[in-house]
Design a binder for this molecule. Structure first.
Ligand SMILES: [Zn+2]
Length: 190
């Protein structure tokens, strides 16, 4: 084995649970509700800590494994093992997992060759039109309505779990009931 193999960095994985349909004005209140729910069940700790990448988050608490099908090996010893609560507009992308298709919501054709990045930037900045015209069916849709494969999500409220492992689907269903909208799950890595 070469030295570079030994030193190879293990990448950080993240699972984003996103509501694309909540009202931005409700994000803070919703965050409080979800954090209360998760702390009462002892899944996360209430206080904020340096345990997510680029921000502060909530560390896992003693019942963290109750929402997991399969916890990540050595999870509790990882430096990055928190939950970040997002309450502002964000493109929840999947990072190093790559993007294969950006499909038109009307006809389903892959439009990844089009300049969808500019429309997405416009949506994020709220500056200019976020519409993209499909080269196949010629209909115009917001880039946030296109179906990204693998999944991306666009919204004002989400939870990003760092390195937790594989979640039980019941957990997503429970959160949908609590939040009151459908949720999109985005699997990413850095
Ligand atoms: Zn189309």
């Amino acid at each position: 084995m070469t030295v570079s193999n030994k030193l190879k960095k293990v990448s950080d994985h993240h699972t984003s649970i996103v509501s694309e349909k909540t009202n931005p004005a409700d994000s803070k209140e919703l965050a409080e509700k979800v954090i209360n729910f998760l702390t009462e069940k002892k899944i996360i700790k209430k206080e904020l800590f340096d345990c997510v990448l680029g921000s502060n988050g909530h560390q896992p608490a003693e019942n963290f494994a109750s929402i997991l099908e399969k916890p990540n090996v050595g999870f509790l010893d990882l430096r990055t093992n928190g939950v970040e609560v997002i309450t502002e507009r964000k493109v929840f992308e999947n990072g190093g997992n790559g993007l294969e298709q950006v499909n038109c919501p009307k006809c389903g054709q892959n439009q990844i060759e089009e300049d969808w990045g500019t429309a997405l930037g416009n949506w994020y900045e709220k500056l200019d039109s976020d519409l993209i015209k499909c080269s196949n069916c010629l209909s115009e849709s917001s880039i946030t309505e296109f179906n990204f494969e693998p999944n991306w999500a666009f919204g004002d409220f989400g939870l990003v779990f760092w390195n937790w492992g594989i979640f039980k689907s019941e957990f997503f269903i429970e959160l949908e009931k609590l939040i009151g909208t459908e949720l999109k799950i985005v699997y990413g890595k850095v």
